[in-house]
Ligand binder design. Structure first.
Ligand SMILES: [Ca+2]
Ligand SMILES: [Ca+2]
Length: 147
């Protein structure tokens, strides 16, 4: 993972098995302290969760703060979107830099019906119920990735 400035200086194994049921959505600052945070999907509860990072003393992210919810800023993962995000109903999802001009990173997904939706990211959760950008289409059902 990068340190927020487009640089990657090392790869560190933070955690192993819990991530088999999780997908990383984005790694950008959400909380507003200029330190990148982690948004991920957990298939277990069909939620998006926000793990807020701790700043490293020398700049960038203290990677250890991402290894567990307890070690993150605030000591727990926050629910970023409460339901509807199972792998079955949302086969593809991707976080991107800000797309709507509010300086907060956003989320795109492809649902199982082949529709494409845009979600505006907020400081503590997604805003609203998303906007359907492309209606249900068979073409999107056969994609292996977006981005
Ligand atoms: Ca942050
Ligand atoms: Ca945005």
């Amino acid at each position: 993972m990068g340190a927020g400035a487009g640089e990657v200086d090392r790869a560190v194994l933070l955690s192993a098995s819990p991530w088999k049921v999780r997908d990383i959505v984005t790694f950008q600052d959400v909380a507003g302290d200029d330190v990148a945070d982690l948004i991920y999907r957990t298939d277990v509860s069909a939620r998006l969760l926000l793990r807020k990072s701790v700043a490293a003393a020398g700049g960038g992210v203290d990677l250890g703060s991402l290894a567990s919810a307890a070690g993150s800023a605030g000591g727990a993962d926050d629910v970023y979107s409460a339901d509807g995000w199972s792998r079955a109903s949302v086969p593809l999802l991707m976080g991107t830099p800000d797309a709507n001009g509010d300086s907060l990173p956003d989320v795109w997904n492809v649902r199982s019906d082949g529709s494409v939706r845009y979600w505006a990211g907020g400081r503590t959760g997604l805003t609203g119920s998303g906007w359907e950008i492309i209606g249900p289409a068979s073409w999107w059902k056969t994609r292996i990735a977006i981005g």
